[in-house]
Design a protein around this ligand. Structure first.
Ligand code: GAL
Length: 416
């Protein structure tokens, strides 16, 4: 194995035509769906063009739960990958372990402080030093809809409130189609749940209950309303949802089997990969009641401390490439997200991305910009895991009353 990788490095050196600059980068990620794989392939291409050897370390599983487990075991055994897709508070936790490489040299040379929104730069830094490179901004509070299915069901306008949504869902059901495409992992349940919390309770409630984990907000009448609404949505999903991957749920919308999906805009990567056009084949709209708010989810790569000089050089190049204009454009066109780098041209992007870019800036000013809990942007992994489990238990077991659901979630939020 070692011999092989040495040989590959040597070949890359010859190809690059320069000595001692190329290296191997092993990149741990979980981008394995159609749209995701197309996106990450662009990064591989850029790195290969710089003469580096890309060692793909893809661990399937939406939202990266499986990848996080594999990463832990690799780092603990003293054999970390060169780069891993991690984000939010998890970056800080890894940095505190002293295993992340300092990216300041690249960040300074490339002027990251000027090119990133401060809210993003802060997450990428540990004690003032850059330890991760951001890739994109995903918006999580989206609702996707198939235009033909809505037409068939006689739904003439996109629902903007939860009442309108349930009226539309009822029509779709009557037309013999599945109103809501849903999958079966706790992060998928929570993606829907946090959009409901935001839509029913508003930004202040979202912040108090899900970010500050304030007990009063968590046990309030608003929370009861949130769980009632959440449970009502479940009634419009199909019986085969448990265990289903998110991209297969998106495929149900693409293939006109289902009307709606609540999912972040990586779902748009699937629509794009299937050749579908927004505004024509499908609709992107903020989840009911959330058009003035924006749950953000920033993907990023942290680099792990490695001794090999070639690998270090490759890590620097990877970090610089990630923040470069070429990658920021082509990756995000495929991924469904928007560039995280400020002042990028948006002319090649579709209307959903343009709306997302505008709303990102507007909500940052209005206070409606909030981190996604479902996607690891807001709270420490231990509490996040516990709340997700409590929410999923409620979702999966109709025998748990709303009152008990509220109690269980509040209890889980106290996990340290
Ligand atoms: C999110 C991640 C996205 C997307 C999605 C499904 O957490 O930020 O990039 O890949 O999971 O895997």
């Amino acid at each position: 194995m070692l011999k092989l990788s040495k040989l590959a490095t040597a070949v890359a050196l010859v190809v690059a035509g320069s000595a001692a600059v190329a290296g191997e980068v092993e990149v741990l990620h979980y981008w394995t769906s159609g749209g995701e794989a197309k996106s990450v392939a662009e990064l591989k291409k850029i790195m290969q063009a710089k003469g580096h050897v890309w060692k793909d370390f893809a661990v399937a599983g939406g939202a990266g739960d499986n990848a996080a487990t594999v990463l832990k075991s690799r780092v603990v055994s003293g054999n970390p990958p060169a780069a891993a897709q991690i984000k939010g508070p998890a970056i800080q936790e890894w940095a505190a372990e002293g295993v992340l490489a300092n990216l300041d040299a690249t960040a300074k040379a490339e002027k990251w402080d000027e090119l990133l929104p401060k809210v993003v730069a802060d997450v990428m830094k540990y004690k003032g030093n850059y330890v991760a490179a951001p890739v994109n901004v995903h918006r999580v509070n989206w609702m996707w809809a198939n235009s033909a299915v809505l037409k068939k069901a006689g739904v003439t306008s996109t629902p903007k409130t939860w009442d309108e949504f349930f009226a539309a869902a009822e029509k779709v059901k009557k037309a013999g189609l599945i109103p809501v495409a849903h999958g079966g992992q706790n992060w998928q349940d929570f993606t829907t749940f946090e959009s409901v919390a935001l839509g029913v309770g508003g930004t202040k409630f979202y912040n108090d209950a899900l970010i500050k984990l304030d007990e009063k907000a968590l046990t309030s009448a608003t929370m009861t309303k949130v769980l009632e609404t959440f449970r009502k949505i479940k009634g419009y999903t199909d019986a085969a949802a448990p265990g289903r991957d998110w991209n297969l749920a998106t495929a149900m919308v693409i293939q006109e089997k289902a009307a709606f999906q609540f999912m972040g805009d990586w779902a748009k990567g699937e629509f794009s990969a299937a050749g579908k056009v927004p505004g024509k084949d499908y609709i992107c709209a903020a989840a009911p009641g959330t058009s003035n708010a924006y749950t953000f989810n920033v993907d990023s790569f942290a680099m792990y401390k490695l001794k090999d000089a070639g690998a270090q050089k490759a890590q620097g190049d990877l970090a610089a490439s990630i923040m470069g204009t070429e990658f920021q454009e082509v990756f995000n066109l495929n991924k469904g997200s928007i560039p995280v780098r400020l002042n990028m041209k948006m002319d090649k992007f579709d209307d959903c991305a343009k709306t997302s870019a505008k709303d990102f800036v507007d909500t940052a000013k209005s206070g409606g910009l909030v981190p996604s809990v479902a996607h690891g942007m807001a709270i420490k992994p231990a509490a996040e895991g516990a709340i997700k489990d409590a929410v999923s238990q409620f979702w999966n077991d109709d025998k748990i009353s709303v009152a008990d659901g509220v109690k269980n979630i509040a209890k889980a939020a106290a996990t340290k």
